[in-house]
Unconditional design. Structure first.
Length: 129
């Protein structure tokens, strides 16, 4: 499933120019986005952690809690995105169960990636003798 297919006919997309930020780490969060066209990079601090392409979910943690953004998303080419606020998210979950499953898979995948990075950092900082 590619979420971009669900939102391809977005009537009010967010448009970003190359080099423009969708949001910054620490910003207040009001929803998530689906990347419909273009490419973006997700940065934690100055470290790129994901190259986002068509169908990528961006800022999905905002729909789980109301804490500030944990990453910065920067367009690396012109981008078109669909905005998913809480009302729209709940509608999608109720009417498109595959969408809800996909969001959960993305969250789990990102958690596993961060766990892997943490293990790598720990083994570098505390090598076995």
């Amino acid at each position: 499933m590619n979420p971009a297919d669900l939102f391809d006919h977005e009537t009010e997309p967010v448009l970003l120019k190359e080099g423009e930020a969708l949001f910054h780490e620490g910003d207040e969060a009001h929803g998530m986005y689906v990347l419909l066209d273009g490419n973006a990079v997700v940065l934690v601090g100055d470290v790129p952690v994901e190259n986002a392409t068509r169908g990528a979910l961006l800022g999905e943690m905002a729909l789980v809690d109301s804490r500030p953004r944990t990453a910065t998303v920067m367009a690396i080419s012109p981008c078109r995105l669909a905005t998913i606020d809480e009302r729209r998210f709940h509608f999608m979950v109720q009417h498109t169960p595959n969408f809800a499953s996909h969001v959960m898979r993305v969250l789990v995948q990102r958690l596993r990636q961060m766990n892997s990075l943490t293990r790598t950092t720990i083994s570098i900082n505390h090598p076995d003798d």
